[in-house]
Write a protein that binds this ligand. Structure first.
Ligand SMILES: C[S@@+](CC[C@H](N)C(=O)[O-])C[C@H]1O[C@@H](n2cnc3c(N)ncnc32)[C@H](O)[C@@H]1O
Length: 235
């Protein structure tokens, strides 16, 4: 857990995105002794739970930095209200408990958990949207409950076990964003035995389809490009 004095505004910036790879290598040599610093710098030794942050990761987190994508998700009432309903249905497991929100975005699920009576919520996001989340937390007078950690789940440190993990990790075709691994990382590092994960199961339905127009447009197209038989269709 970050030192108490760093919790005053509920916001922490961890290492990871926000720094170039070179900066991270340069900075990541020694733990800072300055307790008032808002930047936590980690030891050079890379624990197994901390995979490298690739350029792809940086681009991915950048794509979540702007409000537009979050507005789209929050406006999806089926998605957002299903999460709120699930939180309220599990209120007895959340009230008075410690929660981690893996990929908190604007902090909406963290706030639902606070409304359900959570004792403390660690709201983690590596994207700069964490800065907005922290403002939302402050505007709702929840800084004493919700601690926003700006960094990758794999990089931030929480110094206590948690009772609940909540996360909206589902991408296109369920697994597309590959975010489930981060939820599992959080589970393995912090969740108490018997703790709650929301959601903890999902069903993926698949059906084969034939879409001849789409096939022709994207595959057959390459068979004759201005009279050239291109190889691209076999890629
Ligand atoms: C689908 S959005 C959900 C946002 C928010 N929980 C909500 O329901 O509106 C996923 C969020 O997780 C963050 N994220 C994904 N992988 C992460 C990781 N390994 N560490 C920290 N944040 C992560 C992204 O930056 C993004 O903001």
């Amino acid at each position: 857990m970050f030192p108490q004095e760093n919790h005053s505004n509920g916001y922490q910036q961890g290492p990871g995105v926000g720094y170039s790879h070179r900066e991270r290598v340069r900075r990541g040599t020694r733990r800072s002794r300055a307790s008032t610093s808002s930047v936590r710098v980690y030891d050079q030794h890379q624990p197994q739970h901390r995979p490298p942050c690739t350029d792809f990761d940086v681009a991915y987190f950048h794509s979540y930095a702007h409000l537009g994508i979050h507005q789209e998700m929050i406006k999806d009432r089926v998605r957002t209200e299903t999460y709120r309903d699930a939180i309220m249905q599990h209120q007895s497991s959340i009230a008075g408990k410690v929660v981690v929100d893996v990929g908190c975005g604007t902090g909406i699920l963290s706030i639902f958990c606070a409304q359900a009576g959570a004792k403390r919520v660690y709201a983690i996001d590596a994207s700069d949207i964490a800065l907005q989340a922290n403002e939302v937390v402050k505007a709702n007078n929840l800084s004493d409950v919700i601690v926003v950690l700006h960094g990758r789940v794999e990089d931030v440190e929480i110094d206590e076990e948690v009772d609940v993990i909540i996360s909206e990790w589902m991408g296109y075709m369920l697994l597309y964003e590959s975010m489930l691994g981060s939820v599992i990382n959080a589970r393995d590092r912090w969740l108490k035995p018997g703790g709650l994960i929301l959601p903890s199961s999902a069903t993926l339905y698949m059906a084969p389809v034939t879409h001849t127009d789409r096939y022709s447009d994207s595959v057959d197209f390459w068979r004759n490009v201005y009279g050239i038989d291109s190889e691209f269709s076999t890629w």
